[in-house]
Each structure stands twice: as C-alpha cells, then as structure tokens.
Design a binder for this molecule. Sequence first.
Ligand SMILES: O=C(O)CC1=CCC(=O)O1
Length: 96
Amino acid sequence: MLFHVRMNVSLPASMPADDAAKLKADEKALAQRLQEQGKWRHLWRIAGQYANVSIFDVDSVDELHALLTSLPLFPYMQIEVMPLCRHPSSIRSDDR
Ligand SMILES: O=C(O)CC1=CCC(=O)O1
C-alpha cells in the first residue's frame, strides 16, 4: 500500500542545539534504514520549508502508523497522510 505523507517539522526554539542535532541524526539513520528496506520509497525536501513529502510503501495502515510514530522527530512534526491507489493512466507497473 502506498501513502503520500507530508511532514512539517517544528522544533522548539528553546531546544538545546545538541538535543536537536541528536534528534536529526537519529531521524536520518532511521529514515535511511527504512529507505534501504523499501518502506520509505521517496523522500523530498519541500523547497524553502522545514518539511518533506514522502512516499511510503507498507503492508497496512497500522504499519504506517507504527512507523511514523516511531520517528525520533514525531513529537515535533505535523503529519498529513494521503492513501494512494493506482491511476488507470499510469504507465508505471510498480504504482500499487
Ligand atoms: O528534515 C525533515 O524533513 C524530517 C526528516 C524526515 C526524515 C529525515 O531524515 O528528516
């Protein structure tokens, strides 16, 4: 199952720089592991914003929820999820 996910990140200005750097490093490590596993198919920065758009390929909504809530930055993100299904005009065989 494919999901389009938008994440807007908002770290408190009061967060110590070392804490923020650790969170970002942990987030990067997990995001790269999930990309290697094929669960996090695309990850794009939205130009000019501390936000990303991503495509997740997971087995269930429950798996997506577990994955998103496990992200180190989860407490500091506003997340929007859009379930995707195949478009009849798509020429990509892996769009499902
Ligand atoms: O910087 C972001 O958009 C938040 C984020 C998600 C995965 C990652 O490495 O950073």
